[in-house]
Design a protein around this ligand. Sequence first.
Ligand SMILES: [Zn+2]
Length: 249
Amino acid sequence: MSTEVARGLILRVTDYKEAHRLLTVLLESGEKRTVLARRARQKNSPLAAATQLLTYGELTLFRYRGTCTLDAAATIEQFLPLRADVERLALGCYFAELAEQLSEGDTASPELLPLVLNALYALGQQTAPTGQIKAAFELRLMAMMGFAPRLEDCAVCGREMPEGPCLDLREGLLCCAGCCSGEAARSALCQGSLAAMRYVLDCPARRLYAFRLEADALGRMEEACEAFLLAQLDRSFRTLTYYHQIRSE
Ligand SMILES: [Zn+2]
């Protein structure tokens, strides 16, 4: 039996039995924990508000025989502006699904929670275009999890500014259009999108969204970051499909 108080972000909420909620929580340590919130769906439950998806709070957790139960929860941040916009909310849910997927087992990193919180805040406050936040988040997340692409120079000829730069999605390597060979899946970049992606890999965390790109270059960056993430993780995301559906409507 033990009680602990920890800060965490709710990445997933599932209804459980008559009135309970089962939460997937990302803690400050980077650990992902399943937490039972008893009677959280009952009217007037003190846990109702603080156990909603994408809520960041201070959680009092009680552990007994392998089950972790939520005793009390105080909301720190609900990201209200994010909830008012269906497209941005869908993107926030995608960020949560990515964090859930990438906080499995030994990949846990204490940098993960701040990365997700800052992304949700940036989305809510619109500190940068939505597509830019998405691309920068995806790329920085991949780097944090050990999947950083190598963007310093062309992997074949060594040129720092490749002509017609392309990203090999599987190998995570940069090359010039003329240096690429074979059938490898690639995403075309340009000087602007390449510079922005290099920036995202190197900048301080708090400056992650503080860059500007022309619409064309941003479009290429968005395409490359998403395609790279999907190629590296080799799976699809329900929330990403939903986000694209909403955007196309
Ligand atoms: Zn080259």
